[in-house]
Design a protein around this ligand. Structure first.
Ligand code: NAD
Length: 239
């Protein structure tokens, strides 16, 4: 009694975990994001207005992400998923595949992936070519409406029922490298806390929802995530 179970762990990651792999965050100066307005490249309206600009933007991100390598933080989470006795659920807002490249066995991509293509007409999904062209035909319905399979502002993120189910049943909830500006992900901490989870923020700087966390650890993801994982696995071994 009195000791906290760390049975089931849910981890939400954001752009900050991939920053040290060379993929810019939203707010990084000089990165791909800073050269464009969000409304132009990350909304359905922006795509309708200028599909060529949007395809170019994601083609560039796909090239950049394919060249990136997982860092020590991605590797540490994969190690946790493998060695922790309880379930470890990784939910990511990132559209790169660096968790999987680092060895993670299962990752819930709530904002889609750069590797995917989606038909804006019938909803069919398939593997995206390295370079997507405007007006590319859907292999299922032939409509010339192929778009990147990423969730844009104003669209419903994927896997919400499954994710909220995990938040309601976890013992620990951690958010890593995410600014807390984008909902519904920014609300996950309050949801998990309401169901009794211990909550931890690991970030370079405090997020907008930092006050909702019971514990905070600040620093670079490649320093603080491996240390946190060691602490968690150490607790399990000692108990
Ligand atoms: P964000 O850019 O809003 O915030 C990044 C967070 O990471 C900040 O809190 C910052 O302090 C932190 N950070 C920066 N460098 C870090 C480091 N080295 N170690 C630890 N933390 C660090 O990112 P977000 O919260 O994920 O934003 C939401 C949206 O941005 C998502 O929808 C996501 O799809 C999109 N996005 C994804 C990628 C990607 O897939 N790699 C890149 C940029 C943006």
């Amino acid at each position: 009694m009195g000791t906290r179970r760390t049975g089931k762990i849910v981890i939400l990651t954001g752009a900050g975990i991939s920053a040290e792999s060379g993929l810019g965050t939203f707010r990084d100066e000089g990165g791909l994001w800073s050269q464009h307005r969000i409304e132009d490249v990350a909304t359905p309206e922006g795509f309708a207005r200028d599909p060529a600009l949007v395809q170019e933007f994601y083609n560039a991100r796909r090239v950049q992400a394919a060249a990136a390598r997982p860092n020590a933080a991605h590797l540490a989470l994969a190690h946790l998923q493998e060695d922790h006795r309880g379930e470890v659920v990784i939910v990511t807002q990132n559209v790169d595949a660096l968790h999987e490249a680092g060895g993670a066995q299962s990752v819930l991509h709530m904002h889609g992936t750069l590797a995917g293509a989606l038909c804006a007409g019938c909803g069919h999904r398939w593997r995206a070519p390295d370079t997507m062209a405007v007006g590319e035909a859907c292999p299922a319905c032939a409509a010339p409406l192929a778009r990147p399979d990423v969730v844009w502002f104003g669209e419903m993120p994927y896997l919400m029922d499954e994710i909220f189910g995990h938040l309601a049943s976890c013992d620990v909830f951690a958010a890593i490298g995410t600014s807390g500006e984008v909902y519904p992900a920014a609300g996950f901490v309050r949801e998990a806390a309401a169901y009794g989870a211990h909550t931890v923020e690991l970030n370079l700087e405090p997020s907008s929802v930092v006050s909702a966390f019971a514990e905070t650890r600040f620093g670079k993801a490649t320093d603080i995530v491996p240390a946190w994982v060691d602490d968690l696995l150490g607790q399990t071994v000692r108990s």
